[in-house]
Design a protein around this ligand. Structure first.
Ligand code: G3H
Ligand code: 13P
Ligand code: ZN
Length: 409
């Protein structure tokens, strides 16, 4: 589709006619303004796709400050908008959504850019979604896809009614992904029914919808990779376009990590035991983006990058943990749990206040600096591969208040 065929501006008076309005320069960003809405960045990806440069925005899970810092540095290198997302497990790990939001806002303020960044609740239930609405999140996911479709829609609708007046967007899920995370466990995938997607958006009011099409959570995606059904994305997106839903409603791909073999090998060469690892090949993710995905969720790849960093650090610096309870705790966890890739297993003993702030001047400054770099380089690579590098320039920088006005208009 050519530029002139791009649909009309759905938010006249909010989206400027003469190009995107940038967010405030860094020094003017207050904590409240540091984290913005998700919809403008997904819309920038949609506009880019309609112009022939297919794009999706990366959504990266966070559990601690240096992970967030690394993601932001990766976004800076790619000049990409991006989503920091916290699961219920991450919120619990850090003592609640306010604490995670403060940590994320702090990381944004300390980063060397003023790119559009949103904080999103990943795989929430109704209680956690409601909690996040008042805590600084710009978007929440209600994952009740185990319910039948009508009950799923009704539950999402209730959250939408609370979220939209605050300018906060809502992601829902249709179909079930296989894979096991702290709060998510499903042995098999149930694909989304593409004929239900447009109706789901219309009836629920959701802004974004995760559709199950064969991806799965975690590092072992083997069975699903053979059964990836990009046609589900394609048919869902066509249905949305036929119903004029594509400029304000977006498809999401969960379980999308590529699981780089070199990271798995690196972990295993330094004492880890990761077996049967297999990710989604990048060309499949790109095919899904071409078919209509606009948000791509990544957690496992960053877990692998962090675990590889930890393991290499202790292997290359024997005895460095002596005299540092923080480092010794990380090393003990790695030694006692060779199969873990969850950084929370390694960082649980460290003071949470330290885990939520810049490690500068502490005994974990060096290792966390390495974490930041490894995360940044993978995030920058993914943003380029997802087509969202450079999209920061094209993302409207407006506030949650303006989003609230657009929902009510
Ligand atoms: O899809 C879920 C994410 O990988 C988060 O996992 O619930 O263990 O934090 P988590
Ligand atoms: P991965 O486990 O493939 O990184 O998926 C993450 C995810 O879907 C977070 O919601
Ligand atoms: Zn997920």
């Amino acid at each position: 589709m050519s530029q002139s065929q791009v649909r009309e501006n759905p938010w006249p008076g909010i989206l400027s006619a003469d190009g995107p309005r940038r967010i405030a320069p860094k020094e003017l960003i207050s904590q409240k303004e540091a984290l913005g809405p998700i919809v403008p960045m997904l819309r920038a990806a949609e506009v880019s796709s309609l112009e022939g440069r297919h794009a999706a925005v990366g959504a990266f899970n966070i559990n601690f400050y240096s992970q967030a810092e690394g993601i932001l540095e990766g976004l800076r290198r790619a000049n990409a908008p991006g989503i920091l997302q916290a699961s219920r497990g991450a919120n619990k790990f850090q003592g609640g959504p306010e604490k995670i939001a403060k940590m994320a806002a702090e990381a944004v303020k300390n980063s060397e850019h003023s790119l559009p960044v949103c904080l999103h609740l990943d795989h929430g239930d109704d209680a956690s979604a409601i909690e996040c609405l008042g805590a600084g999140f710009g978007s929440v996911m209600l994952d009740v896809s185990k319910l039948d479709c009508d009950a799923n829609i009704a539950a999402v609708r209730e959250i939408v009614q609370l979220a939209h007046p605050r300018g906060i967007s809502v992601e829902a899920e249709l179909g079930e992904l296989s894979g096991i995370e702290e709060h998510i466990s499903s042995e098999k995938s149930t694909y989304a029914d593409p004929t239900k997607v447009a109706g789901f958006f219309e009836r629920s009011g959701a802004d974004a919808l995760a559709i199950a099409y064969g991806t799965s959570h975690g590092p072992s995606k083997g069975a699903g990779v053979a059964k990836l059904a990009i046609r589900i994305v394609d048919e869902s997106y066509r249905g949305m376009r036929d119903s004029n839903l594509d400029m304000r409603h977006f498809l999401v791909s969960h379980g999308s990590s590529t699981v780089p073999q070199e990271l798995v090998d690196e972990i295993n060469s330094f004492g880890g035991q990761i077996r049967g690892a297999r990710g989604i090949p990048m060309d499949r993710i790109q095919a899904a983006i071409k078919a209509g995905i606009r948000k791509v969720n990544i957690d496992t790849d960053l877990r692998l990058a962090i675990t590889a960093t930890f393991r290499r650090y202790f292997a290359e610096n024997p005895g460095i943990e002596r005299g540092s309870a923080n480092l010794a705790g990380i090393k003990n966890a790695l030694d006692s749990k060779p199969a873990t890739i969850d950084p929370r297993d390694c960082l649980g003993h460290i003071d949470k206040e330290l885990m939520r702030s810049s490690p500068k001047g502490t005994d974990i400054e060096e290792i966390m600096g390495l974490v930041k770099e490894r995360v940044a380089s993978h995030v920058a690579y993914l943003c380029n591969a997802f087509g969202c590098a450079g999209l920061a320039e094209k993302t409207e920088g407006h506030s949650l208040e303006e989003m609230a006005a657009s929902y009510s208009g």
